[in-house]
Ligand binder design. Structure first.
Ligand code: FAD
Length: 451
């Protein structure tokens, strides 16, 4: 009999997996509080300045159909040039149309429960999923809950946290909608989400100064699109050698793509290299390389990078490199103290609003998500030893506290971060969706699990 698979989370990961499972003959229940499936956090933005951070030719949602998105764009009468960085809102419509197609193909085999999974229990022949409004049985549960909220910013006092001026995330309601278009805004962080916040504010009519603050002041680099194929991936036995090899490749006079080519060439091998590292070498990478890796690997669309450069040149966007101290609130403003790198004095910036744009919290033991909490409490999931994500096996199965990979509980997409380094973007998610669908519909896997 075809399996019934439950999926917690109906963002891009949940939808791509559901589509692959339906094609493979399974029945699927997706539990997702949002009304529509697919768009999730990344593609629900309506801001026209929020673009994909990859060219359209890389963003097909379907494994084995690299031109699926380009064909969809052409059918809608949109420019289907694969080198374009399209609006994320348009990509969200693409995913919603995929959700409609999948629902049509599936008929009664696909169900969307508008709720949150708050618990799961392993039973003799499957799982019992607590989705709040209902509890139902399935053969397996896939955790597709996406990127976590940002880690709380240190030293924000309780009154400031509770104030209408402080936003714990760029995606919190109203974070990019200025009350006063002239107010100073402090954006905590300088990554892609911080840039989204800056552009979102501008698009909503904010005209006042914006100050981006981070410890290293690293802005994501700009994408370039090349015709030539990427070079061979640099050889290296450890992290130190890899960084040396990347630097050499970047300086090689015959290298047409420079460091971008070397980073892109590594992509298909990044996970294999990461998993083969000793824990100490992984620790070294996380501590010393990851912030630099992120700004070289996760690049901004050329138009986005240009917009940021122009705002900086115009003086309306400032970058401050340093450590923030306390963030306090008065009736008039939030006061952010910052000690700039290399200085001993502390400046205080008075801001009408502060938006926390630090990256997602990677320590799963600190996540408020009820499903993750229960998985940890039940010993069905364990944190990665470096406090970056969870431990899964090569099939994406959750590895339990006793070290055994589950045959009933799996993860997909950003939830695999930690075990994998390259797992949050669509190209990796669509491959994971395909291989997980094959694993789950091979009757042997689930039969074995019952034995
Ligand atoms: C702002 C932003 C921009 C990005 N841009 C790109 C890009 O241009 N190209 C690219 O390849 N990648 C991009 N990414 C990477 C992104 O991780 C993936 O493309 C993809 O959107 C991840 O989808 P997801 O379903 O795993 O996560 P999400 O989109 O976060 O979806 C997870 C869903 O799970 C639901 N959920 C959470 N907890 C529960 C629960 N307990 N029970 C039930 N449901 C739950 C949430 O409501 C949510 O809808 C971007 C990411 C972000 C955050």
């Amino acid at each position: 009999m075809n399996p019934h698979i439950a999926i917690a989370g109906g963002g891009a990961s949940g939808l791509l997996l559901a589509t692959a499972l339906i094609d493979a003959g399974a029945a699927v229940t997706i539990v997702e509080p949002r009304e529509t499936l697919g768009a999730g956090v990344a593609y629900s933005t309506a801001c026209p300045l929020h673009l994909l951070n990859a060219p359209a030719s890389n963003m097909s949602a379907i494994h084995g159909e690299p031109t699926h998105l380009l064909r969809w764009l052409a059918e809608r009468g949109e420019n289907s040039d694969g080198t374009r960085f399209i609006q994320r809102s348009l990509y969200g419509i693409y995913l919603r149309s995929l959700a409609d197609d999948t629902a049509r193909t599936a008929g009664s085999r696909l169900r969307h429960v508008r709720s949150t999974v708050s618990d799961v229990v392993l039973t003799e022949d499957g799982v019992l999923v607590d989705a709040g409004s209902e509890t139902f049985a399935a053969d397996a549960l896939i955790v597709a809950v996406g990127n976590a909220e940002p880690a709380p910013w240190p030293r924000v006092d309780a009154d400031a946290l509770g104030s209408h001026r402080y936003f714990q995330s760029a995606w919190a309601d109203g974070a990019m909608v200025p009350r006063d278009p002239a107010e100073t805004v402090v954006v905590l962080g300088t990554g892609l989400t911080a840039i989204d916040a800056v552009l979102g504010l501008r698009d909503n009519g904010h005209a006042g100064p914006i100050v981006m603050v981070s410890r290293r002041g690293l802005l994501p680099h700009e994408h370039r699109v090349f015709d030539s194929p990427p070079p061979a991936a640099p050889e290296a036995a450890n992290v130190r050698d890899l960084i040396k090899a990347l630097r050499l490749e970047a300086r090689r006079p015959s290298s047409t793509r420079g460091w971008r080519g070397a980073i892109d060439a590594l992509r298909a091998q990044t996970n294999a290299r990461w998993t083969s590292l000793e824990l100490d070498d992984q620790r070294r990478f996380v501590r010393h390389v990851l912030p630099y890796w992120n700004v070289h690997r996760h690049r901004a669309a050329p138009q986005v990078a240009k917009a940021v450069t122009e705002l900086i040149a115009a003086g309306t966007l400032r970058m401050v490199t340093g450590r923030t101290g306390e963030i306090r609130v008065t009736p008039e403003a939030l006061h952010v103290s910052v000690r700039r790198t290399g200085q001993t004095e502390t400046d205080v910036i008075a801001a009408g609003r502060v938006i926390n744009c630090s990256g997602p919290e990677n320590d799963v033991t600190k996540l408020p998500n009820p499903l993750i909490r229960r998985l940890l409490e039940r010993g069905y999931l364990v944190a990665h030893p470096l406090q970056i994500g969870a431990v899964v096996d090569l099939d994406g199965a959750l590895v339990a506290a006793d070290g055994t990979p589950s045959r009933r509980l799996y993860a997909i997409g950003p939830v695999r971060f930690g075990t994998l380094i390259e797992t949050t973007a669509i190209p990796e998610i669509r491959e994971q969706a395909q291989s997980l669908a094959v694993t789950l519909t091979e009757t042997a896997t689930l039969k074995e699990a019952s034995g």
